[in-house]
Design a protein around this ligand. Structure first.
Ligand code: UT7
Length: 331
């Protein structure tokens, strides 16, 4: 196979579990209010996986829609990357489970990628590089999360923010240059691991009865500090990629940011001197779905006609690690 001139998104798909948990319902079980959650984050409701519904199940739903949208067959896929921090099992990779459930060929390369909320952009860049090498033809890139399984439902500072869901894209090569994924900027503040992490259950601190009783297997976040780094990381990632490609911000038709907090998105809009209407926002209905947030938003943006042929789209994300990333796409 020869190397393509560029790599393009051929199809998108998304899935959210049927169960919707509203702020008002949360206020019945913890000391919070719809007003606090809405004004501090912009979130109104989130989807929660059914009992027994796994990250791989949600990934499979989104993947089927993306493959159909790309007008491809299962046999056309030879690379599968699942970006997630909530794998079905600590090992092996959820991608292998998705491969089997979807019925992809055993010759499909399968692996997971953990870059938290920036995971989809990291995975998109990885898939694009592998397709660009000419050694793979079509990649399925999925962001899928069951965050309801790692939040402490008694901790009001975190549990109100997160939700479950999955988004997927199919990436392929194109003979046309200067289209599709034009570039990415990835990075991480590795000195800030403690600001957002699950302290227990890894090889550093294997689970014990005491760690389980202490809730060490739940997500912990220092929200205020993370907020500051989120703004800084997303601003840097957005600025760097635009400078790299000599594109003024006003030429971006649509920014699809990670959906963590409306106030973070407003800060990025102000920094880029773009109106908020230029940003795709659906966090009011999903909450923060980590690696799934951008591909779900991308799918909704495409299907609702917010992305037109020739448009420049900027993806920008931030998450645990603390990772950040941006991607510039021309459709
Ligand atoms: O995906 C990427 C990673 N995550 C993020 O990007 C999240 C970044 N951080 C944030 O979005 C915000 O910091 C939060 C939404 C998490 C919190 O907003 P904040 O304006 O930074 O609030 P705060 O943490 O300073 O809390 C203010 C008050 C505190 O009470 P006191 O100490 O002032 O009396 C909290 O205890 O609000 C209290 N509080 C709540 N009250 C009602 C915290 N959580 C809640 C709650 N309901 N759910």
């Amino acid at each position: 196979m020869s190397s393509p001139a560029s790599t393009v998104i051929l199809g998108t798909g998304a899935y959210a579990p049927a169960r919707v948990l509203t702020n008002a319902e949360l206020a019945l079980t913890i000391e919070t209010s719809d007003e606090w959650i809405r004004t501090r984050s912009g979130i109104r409701e989130r989807h929660i996986a059914a009992p027994g519904e796994t990250t791989s199940d949600m990934a499979v739903h989104a993947a089927r829609l993306a493959i159909a949208d790309a007008k491809l067959q299962l046999a056309d896929i030879d690379l599968l990357i699942v970006a997630t921090i909530t794998p079905d099992l600590p090992m092996p990779a959820t991608a292998c489970i998705v491969q089997h459930k979807l019925g992809l060929a055993t010759s499909t390369a399968c692996f997971d990628l953990n870059a938290a909320c920036s995971g989809f952009i990291y995975a998109l860049d990885t898939a694009s590089a592998m397709i660009g090498s000419g050694r793979y033809r079509h990649a399925l890139v999925i962001g899928a999360e069951k965050l309801s399984s790692i939040v402490d439902w008694k901790d009001r500072t975190t549990c109100v923010l997160f939700g479950d869901g999955a988004g997927a894209v199919v990436v392929g090569g194109s003979a046309q240059p200067n289209i599709g994924l034009l570039g990415t900027k990835l990075g991480a503040y590795g000195d800030c691991v403690d600001l957002l992490c699950i302290p227990g259950g890894g090889s550093n601190a294997p689970a014990t009865a005491a760690s389980l009783a202490g809730g060490d297997h739940f997500l912990k976040m220092k929200g205020k500090e993370v907020f500051k780094y989120a703004v800084r990381g997303m601003e840097e990632a957005a600025r760097d990629i635009l400078e790299q490609h000599a594109i003024p911000a006003h030429q971006i038709a649509l920014v699809i940011p990670h959906q963590a907090n409306l106030r973070i998105i407003e800060a990025i809009a102000q920094y880029l001197e773009l109106p908020l209407e230029r940003f795709f926002v659906n966090l009011d209905r999903y909450g923060n779905t980590s690696a799934a947030s951008i591909p779900i938003a991308l799918d909704e943006a495409r299907r609702s006609g917010r992305i037109k042929s020739g448009d420049l789209t900027l993806l920008v994300a931030f998450g645990a690690g603390l990772t950040y990333g941006s991607a510039l796409l021309r459709w």
